[in-house]
Write a protein that binds this ligand. Structure first.
Ligand code: MD3
Ligand code: FE
Length: 207
């Protein structure tokens, strides 16, 4: 049997396909409910950079591995800082991965980023994972975020697009090692989260 073919994306930015509104309103509500259970078991925290400054984005994770940072540097760890194991990746999240990355290995990390209005994430590469042939999948929920993506070297040209609630992006091929970040969040642009803000999920294969 042939592998299922992903539907055509609405946009390709810096080599990364984007499906606008892949999740409709009911699927977004279902995902937020599942994420509230993740955050209840593994509360959001503010990672510290190598230089001891708290990041403006609050984070937690689900899956075997979670992303962590402190003065010792960035790394994946098998327990939340409280000592509990990370909760399982919710089934509705895995369903998006199976639909859009059908040939890939199962993800072993779902990083949950929470952006209050004013939070941002500087340009960076994600290269702490073992196999760059495995894609990363990003799901946006809540307020719009201005996403920026460049090439594989720092300092090149970049392209930007607003990511809205329900949009899904696949980082695959050369875009997997592209520099990228979130410049700002448009507070009040979505009513999905009663407390406001933006959530981004990234599904990764770490080991
Ligand atoms: C391009 N998150 O968690 S998602 C991150 O919206 C991260 O929270 C941003 O960058 C966010 O590391 C951007 C889009 C994204 C995620 C992972 C990537 C783009 C990527 C990995 C490689 C290349
Ligand atoms: Fe990233």
């Amino acid at each position: 049997m042939r592998a299922p073919v992903s539907p055509e994306p609405d946009l390709v930015l810096g080599g990364a396909p984007i499906w606008r509104g892949w999740l409709g309103p009911a699927a977004q509500d279902e995902m937020v409910a599942a994420l509230r259970r993740v955050v209840a078991a593994a509360p959001l925290f503010s990672p510290e950079t190598r230089w001891g400054k708290a990041m403006s984005v609050r984070m937690t994770s689900a899956g075997r591995y979670g992303w962590y940072s402190d003065r010792k540097g960035y790394r994946y760890i098998e327990r939340h800082p409280s000592g509990v194991a990370w909760p399982a990746i919710p089934e509705p999240v895995l369903k998006v991965w199976r639909a859009l990355a059908p040939g890939a290995r199962a993800p072993d990390c779902c990083l949950v980023n929470f952006y209050a209005p004013g939070a941002k994430m500087g340009l960076h590469q994600d290269r702490d994972e073992a196999d760059f042939l495995q894609p990363v999948l990003s799901i946006s929920l809540g307020d719009d975020g201005l996403f920026r993506i460049g090439g594989q070297e720092r300092g090149g040209t970049t392209q930007s697009a607003w990511l809205g609630s329900g949009d899904v992006m696949l980082l695959t091929g050369p875009s997997r090692l592209a520099y990228h970040g979130i410049d700002r969040v448009r507070g009040g642009s979505s009513s999905l989260l009663k407390e406001g803000g933006r959530i981004n999920l990234t599904l990764r294969v770490v080991d």
